[in-house]
Design a protein around this ligand. Structure first.
Ligand code: PEP
Ligand code: MN
Length: 349
């Protein structure tokens, strides 16, 4: 850490900082400049945090040299994390991108859900995703079928072999949800629900963590850190668009820079959800392709058998024919990118 003291910091203020750092086992060197004293401190930041130091009298600024997340950091683990499922499906590394497909919320039409699942399976996607507990802005909107939805998903899994993903909103539901699904999703609104992060950290089920619409990439990685710190290292990050000033034509702004930025600083897999990011069907194909080009490890796409009658997010959901139409082109691009990366890593031109 580098601690910059205020212009008018007293000798006593400086001594207090230096002594506190030394007491916590830091190696400390202080440089008295013409105006500011700067203190270099090398040691274990879990014993005394930048936040605590910045509260001391006379401290102007505390700068960390290392990123505040550790377990999620590429410095700790240079190789990509690969999450492997019981059926051999892998997310992360240079594994061909994964398709997580399904309706925003599960309704009681099982045949419709199965149609989506079969289309996803035939297109080579690996996961069926559906909402059972829905975070809705309005209490008057459909809130989800809860366990009944999970039962319908389990039936679709039996018929297709697809792995299941669903959102958890309350840690009390977590054991029951984990009995049904292969991945739990933390929705964008709960990205900083630290109790929920802690709860999923304590279970073994892999987690898709969605970026909050108003959260920085660093906050996103620190949210992942909470899950990992509590014991679950199988975290998949999902960029799903952030709030910017411009929502004229799109629901959110898809921050595609997040993908290569996260990959630079973290070893965790990153997927992209173009459905919530754009809110528009016609943008799913171009933004899915763009996501793969910048290195996304997978895509999460909303598909419904009857979008006009979907109980949530029908406007952005693809119909099955639309999905079938675009997924071929997305997969073809994906295969090409995968092949190019394989060649690059093997040094073949
Ligand atoms: C969802 O995945 O259906 C959802 C509600 O997404 P988000 O949390 O990204 O808004
Ligand atoms: Mn949705």
């Amino acid at each position: 850490m580098i601690i910059i003291m205020e212009r008018n910091a007293t000798e006593e203020n400086i001594k207090k900082v230096v002594n506190l750092l030394k007491e916590h086992g830091f190696n400390v060197i202080d440089h008295a400049g013409d105006i500011h004293t700067v203190i270099d401190a090398i040691g274990d930041k879990t014993t005394i945090t930048p936040d605590r130091l910045s509260a001391l009298e006379g401290v102007k600024e505390v700068k960390s040299i290392r990123e505040p997340f550790r377990l999620a950091s590429r410095d700790r683990k240079p190789e990509d994390t690969v999450i492997e499922f019981s059926n051999g499906v892998k997310i992360g590394g240079n594994n061909p991108a994964v398709g997580i497909v399904g309706p925003c919320s599960i309704d009681s039409n099982y045949e419709g859900l199965l149609e989506v699942a079969i289309a996803a399976k035939e297109a080579g996607c690996e996961f069926l995703r559906g909402g059972a507990f829905k975070p809705r802005t309005s209490p008057y909107d459909f809130q989800g079928l809860e366990e009944e939805a999970l039962k319908l998903m389990a039936r679709a899994k039996e018929e297709t072999g697809l792995l299941l993903v669903t959102e958890v909103m309350d840690s009390q539901d977590l054991p029951m949800i984990c009995d049904y699904v292969d991945v739990v999703q933390i929705g964008a609104r709960n990205m900083q629900n630290f109790k929920l992060l802690k709860a999923v950290g304590k279970c073994n089920t892999p987690v898709v963590l969605k970026r909050g619409p108003a959260n920085t990439i660093r906050e996103f990685l620190l949210a992942a850190e909470h899950i990992m710190y509590n014991g679950n290292e199988n975290v998949i990050l999902c960029e799903r668009g952030i709030r910017t000033f411009d929502n004229t034509y799109t629901r959110n702004t898809l921050d595609l820079t997040a993908v290569p930025v996260i990959k630079k600083y973290s070893h965790l897999p990153v997927i992209v959800d173009p459905s919530h990011a754009t809110g528009q069907r016609y943008l799913i194909e171009p933004m899915s392709k763009a996501a793969l080009v910048v290195g996304a490890d997978g895509l999460m796409i909303e598909v419904h058998n009857d979008p006009e009658n979907a109980l949530s997010d029908g406007k952005q959901s693809l119909s099955i024919p639309m999905f079938k139409d675009i997924i071929g082109r997305i997969s073809a691009l994906n295969k090409r990118l995968h092949y190019e990366r394989e060649c690059l890593s093997a040094n073949i031109q």
